[in-house]
Design a protein around this ligand. Structure first.
Ligand SMILES: Cc1cc2nc3c(=O)[nH]c(=O)nc-3n(C[C@H](O)[C@H](O)[C@H](O)COP(=O)(O)O)c2cc1C
Length: 349
């Protein structure tokens, strides 16, 4: 995909340079999972053709109703949600949503979450070969049935889960990580070692609002996930820390509502950004950030977003010292064979 129709600097990015086909998008701004439905809700109000891609609501193997209401509550600088991943399940998504995805003017990345390794593999396989579906985002922030709070809170589980996703699909795989850990870097490296072609960070932070009248948690699900401007500095820090220790692209997410917000993430080492909560206030936020980036690159006489992000990445990596100091042994390097990306026996649940 190119910027051929638009003059000025190129916003094109490849978010999976290590994948045989890559994940080439026309712009480095995507709509984040859970904040743009399955694309159909926004296609008439947002110029999706201007965006890099949309990331769908997370799809699980079976349909889910979601959590009891209320599911969202405003907080001083953002919102808390406990939606509970309502979705039509894998078969329902393929039947009801795939025909819509095929018609959208931007590519679709399908977000998925399963319960165990076999489930992740089978679920990923369901989305292989669908028209206009260009990648999988594995939502590793969801609860793990084996008792751990999520699939991305320890490196071994993260690596095994990403490997399981990659085994089911030949599409590029993005691992979306939870910020609810002490140090995201070993988790990020584990996702890379498991074969992730890119990382998305961050998902929401654990939080709670108590209703002072009832003295009970406000949300039907109890606690929830905090998003919006409040989490932006945390997300920028996560991107900055992780981009220095992995060789795969990092996609920044968290409280992005303006071009300046997005630029913070690019200067922290992100190759692209996703817009989430801001879309609820202004549905065209992502589209406006695309326009804003083009203007900023023009004003700085930069030929492309790639030029900006490459320079930013090399600066922050230089500050972190030589490669050996940046990453412990065992991680995969650019150009090394990927541990996955070929499908053995895809099987849809
Ligand atoms: C209402 C709501 C629903 C969400 N649902 C999902 C989801 O299904 N899967 C997922 O990976 N992230 C989900 N997220 C997290 C967002 O994709 C994003 O990572 C997070 O909200 C931080 O970005 P933001 O501050 O721009 O919203 C959801 C966020 C919100 C606010």
């Amino acid at each position: 995909m190119t910027d051929a129709a638009v003059s000025g600097p190129s916003l094109a990015v490849d978010l999976a340079p290590g994948h045989p086909r890559g994940l080439r998008l026309r712009a480095p701004v995507l709509m984040a999972s859970g904040t743009c439905g399955f694309g159909d809700e926004y296609r008439d109000i947002v110029n999706l053709a201007a965006l890099g891609a949309i990331v769908t609501k997370t799809v699980t193997p079976e349909p889910r109703e979601g959590n009891p209401t209320p599911r969202t509550v405003e907080t001083p600088a953002g919102m808390l949600n406990s939606i509970g991943l309502p979705n039509p399940g894998a078969a329902g998504a393929v039947r009801q949503k795939a025909p819509i995805w095929a018609e959208l003017p931007c590519p679709v990345i399908v977000s998925i979450a399963a319960h165990d390794d076999g489930g992740w593999t089978r679920l990923a396989a369901c989305f292989e070969g669908l028209p206009n579906v260009v990648g999988i985002e594995a939502n590793l922030s969801c609860p793990n049935v084996s008792g751990r709070p999520s699939f991305s809170t320890d490196p071994a589980t993260t690596e095994a889960t990403v490997r399981a996703v990659c085994a089911g699909v030949s599409l590029p795989v993005i691992a979306k990580l939870s910020p609810n850990v002490t140090d995201l870097r070993p988790i990020a490296r584990a996702a890379e070692a498991g074969g992730a072609h890119a990382l998305s960070l961050i998902n929401t932070l654990l939080g709670m609002v108590i209703d002072p009248v009832t003295a009970r948690p406000f949300l039907g699900g109890g606690g929830g996930g905090l998003s919006g401007p409040a989490i932006r500095p945390i997300a920028v820090r996560c991107v900055y820390d992780v981009a220095r220790v992995v060789d795969i692209p990092v996609i920044g997410i968290g409280g992005i509502a303006s071009t300046d917000d997005a630029l913070q993430f690019f200067h922290a080492g992100a190759s692209a950004v996703q817009v989430g909560t801001a879309t609820f206030r202004e549905p065209r936020t992502a589209e406006r950030i695309v326009d804003g980036l083009r203007r900023r690159l023009t004003a700085r006489a930069l030929p492309s977003i790639h030029a900006l992000t490459t320079h930013a990445l090399s600066s922050i990596r230089a500050r972190a010292g030589p490669p050996a100091a940046r990453r412990p042994a065992g991680g995969r390097r650019n150009g090394a064979p990927r541990p996955c990306g070929t499908v053995s026996t895809p099987r849809c649940t």
